[in-house]
Design a protein around this ligand. Sequence first.
Ligand code: GCW
Length: 669
Amino acid sequence: MVRQLLVSILFCGCTLGMSAEDGSRLWLRQVNSGNATVNCLLHSRTLDIAKSEIAKGWKGAPVSLQLCNGAEYESLGGEGYTIRSVGGNIEIGSVSEVGLLYGTYHLLRLQEMKADVSKLDIKEKPAYSLRILNHWDNLDGTIERGYAGHSLWKWEDLPATISPRYEEYARANASVGINGTVLNNVNASPEILSADYLQKVKVLADIFRPYGLKVYLSVNFASPMALGKLATADPLNPDVMGWWQKKVKEIYSLIPDFGGFLVKANSEGQPGPCDYKRTHAQGANMLAEALKPYGGIVMWRAFVYSPSDHDRAKQAYLEFQPLDGQFLDNVIVQIKNGPIDFQPREPYSPLFTSMKHTSMMVEFQITQEYLGHSNHLAYLAPMWKEFFGYVQPNSLRAMAGVANVGDEVNWCGHDFAQSNWYAFGRLAWNPALTSEEIADEWLKQTFTTDSRFVGPMEQVMCDSREAVVDYMMPLGLHHIFAWGHHYGPEPWCSVPGARPDWLPPYYHQADKVGLGFDRSHTGSNAVAQYPDSLNRIFDSLDTCPEEFLLWFHHVPWKYRMKSGKTLWEELCYSYDEGVKKVRGFQNVWEKMKPYVDEERYGNVAGRLDIQMHDAIWWKDACLLYFQKFSKMKLPADVEKPVYKLKELEKVKLPISNFERPTKDMLPNP
Ligand code: GCW
């Protein structure tokens, strides 16, 4: 026995040495380097984790972990903490064990960033009590819009076999303050609520609990029919209500701190209360009633649209705004940041400023469905901060992010995609942090604190989302992606019989007059869904921010932009700028070689190469196609197209979610 233990310790040390920089350790790379004393007489699984983190990683003054009470600690809430230098010691205090764990990760973060830890006086409290990842993981192991392999959850092997990654996942989340996880896809299989699956879910919940991570499930609204063999799922039917109450009781008997349900209803073909002429509020409230006795919540998604005459950007508002005030208090309406669908740039969804009597949460997309999958370097904090420039953080009750993790060694595919998982957690804890601060923290912990690396790479990260906008969809263009995979450009796409709102021409409206979707008062009047002050700004061509110009207006090709250029010229220069920015990122990365291990250097360089290629592909496809309408020449100083439109129109990527687009799948110049 002793021998076996010794062997496994040695083996473990040696694996860590060999695969040290494969990205698997994320931003938590302080392995077995500590020499600290921890003072804490209490024992619990959570405290033992905190103690062992300090023992393994902390090199500074002795640390004591103290469960505290009193006004100061009460005011920090159940998860807040203090970190203070007292005498020659450091004291971490909190009312809760998980608060002490969060404080521990904070302290370690400071050390890894080489911050001054000699005079600490820190008080922290999360902005939101619910900071939740949404996995779009299917029970067959695939991930909808996942680009880093298969699901982390090995449902086939559970509950008997437990992957070590379950605990590593919980630890990574705790280290950035994420405290909830919805395990399965919002396009939910009813099977997740079967007795067999609940046993598997219980095992995960037990592993996550000490890390403060609660489990939630996406549920299929028609589960009472599929699983319970009822003839209806009508939320006002007593048998349906009874079925849900029984199911909820069963869940809580296994998982006493179960978080609740996430529901996609009457959206993209999913069943819901509207199938029975009931409202979203009636559907959500029925589930909320069942969960209420146990303290569970319902997160009800507002992502709805149908092939109607209404502008798609207006539909969620039209359906949900009239329900304001009708949801029970344990329902939170979960709204995507923009009114359409996670585009590289969207204005905020007007629901956020129009539901005054409803708890709301924002859904961000961490996985890069529309931003180059795991091939493109796109740091998303600037996009999320842009949202908070319009929507007051305190008007929301919670934050959700669609996860970008899978079972690949480095969790996220692109090493820099880890920064989006990290940034989501940090912003859900404190939305006032800047993109730069978060990038700085992440870079220092994930790579090196050397300023010759951190400075240039922070700049690359903070410019990267705008670069994607520039080479894909500048000036408010949106949803001109290729059919199905949402990776490459296909502004010309037409599929016989397809819903018009699933096709790019619906969104760009290019014609011989100009480009863009008229959502002003002369068009769909979507602007009227915004508060008056913004409505006026967005409605007028003169005052509409140019980054949203083609979102709100159909603009003549020769319209003079603020720069003095015509719309056509500005469009050309924007695409060109996107290409140039990516080339700049490549140049910077080449200079970073001395500061990065070979494996991650090569991984990132290879993906930047694809991104460079894709940026040109996007620029050529969009400009050559729009040129058919503008009939104007590309400015002489814009890079000449390397492709012919005819060739690009033939491109059909043979990709599914599980095959990463590689250069040989992409068009050849
Ligand atoms: O963005 C679209 C995606 C779908 C997704 C849907 C949603 C889970 O293309 O894959 O389904 O949104 O958010 O429900």
